[in-house]
Design a protein around this ligand. Structure first.
Ligand SMILES: Nc1ncnc2c1ncn2[C@@H]1O[C@H](COP(=O)(O)OP(=O)(O)OP(=O)(O)O)[C@@H](O)[C@H]1O
Ligand SMILES: [Mg+2]
Length: 226
C-alpha cells in the first residue's frame, strides 16, 4: 500500500484561544518498500505527522490516502481495521501492559487481531532470535532497560507481519551500540520488503534510510534521497 499526504495541515486551539500550528502544507508520497525518516528538533511536528499517517489523528485540512482510500471519506471502523492489518507502530512512549510478561505483551496484537497465537509461534521465535531478546521475554516490562524496551516494542509492532513499520524515536536515549543494532534491524527488515517510517532526532538515520525529510516548525525544510 502506498501512502500519500496531500496539503496536510494540523492546528490545535490552545487554552488561551490561539491556534498552535503543528503542521503546515505537508505533501509526501510514501511508496511501498520505502524507508524514510522525519528528522527535526523537538516540537517540529514529527509525532503529529506519524499520527496522521497512521490515521490516529485527523488533519485540520488536506487528505491522506492509504492506497485507494481517502481517509476523510472512509469510515472509522474500516480505518481501524486497515490500521490493525497494515501497520506496526512503535510509540514514542512504548506503552506496555505492566501486569503481563514481555512475551505476552509481544503476542497481544495477535489476540486483538483474532489471529491464533499458535499460528505465529514459529515467527515469534524467529523474531525473538533476530532481535536478540530471547533472554528477556519472560521478564516483566518494568524490569527492562530503555534499549530492551525499544526492542520489545519493535517485536510487538512486527508480530502481526505488518506492511508498514512506523517508529517514533526508536533510538532515543540509547547508547551507540544499541542504536546501531536498531539501525541494522531496520535496514534488514526494509531489505525484506517492509516499508519503514521513522521520526527521530537522530541524524544518523540519514545514513541508513532511503529518504530523509528535515522538519522545522511544522514544515518540510529539506528533502534528501539517496
Ligand atoms: N494535543 C495537542 N494539543 C495542543 N498542541 C499540541 C498537541 N499535540 C502536539 N501539539 C503541539 O504541536 C507541536 C508539534 O508537536 P509534536 O509532538 O508533533 O512534535 P515532535 O517533533 O514529535 O517533538 P518531540 O521531538 O519532542 O517528540 C508542538 O508545538 C506541540 O506543542
Ligand atoms: Mg515526538
Amino acid at each position: 500500500m502506498d501512502i500519500k499526504l496531500i496539503n496536510i495541515s494540523k492546528s490545535y486551539l490552545s487554552t488561551d484561544n490561539n491556534y498552535i500550528v503543528s503542521l503546515e502544507n505537508i505533501n509526501i508520497d510514501i511508496y511501498y518498500g520505502n524507508y524514510i525518516s522525519f528528522v527535526g528538533p523537538s516540537g517540529s511536528g514529527k509525532t503529529t505527522l506519524l499520527n496522521i499517517i497512521t490515521g490516529n489523528l485527523k488533519p485540520t485540512s488536506g487528505e491522506v490516502y492509504w492506497g485507494k482510500y481517502p481517509l476523510s471519506k472512509t469510515s472509522d471502523k474500516l480505518i481501524s481495521r486497515l490500521r490493525r492489518e497494515k501497520f506496526g507502530i512503535v510509540f514514542q512512549d512504548v506503552k506496555f501492559i505492566n501486569e503481563i510478561s514481555v512475551k505476552d505483551n509481544i503476542l497481544l496484537p495477535l489476540v486483538i487481531n483474532y489471529i491464533p497465537v499458535s499460528s505465529k509461534i514459529k515467527y515469534f521465535e524467529t523474531l525473538v532470535e533476530s532481535l536478540k531478546i530471547s533472554s528477556i521475554i519472560n521478564k516483566m516490562p518494568y524490569s527492562l532497560s530503555g534499549g530492551e524496551k525499544k526492542k520489545i516494542a519493535i517485536a510487538r509492532a512486527l508480530i502481526t507481519n505488518p506492511e508498514i513499520l512506523v517508529a517514533d524515536e526508536p533510538t532515543a536515549n540509547l547508547d551507540d551500540t544499541s542504536a546501531r543494532e536498531i539501525f541494522h534491524i531496520f535496514s534488514n527488515l526494509n531489505k525484506l520488503g517492509l516499508t519503514i517510517v521513522v521520526a527521530t532526532h537522530d541524524e544518523r538515520f540519514g545514513l541508513y534510510c532511503k529518504e530523509t525529510y528535515l522538519m522545522k516548525k511544522g514544515k518540510i525544510e529539506e528533502f534528501k534521497s539517496r
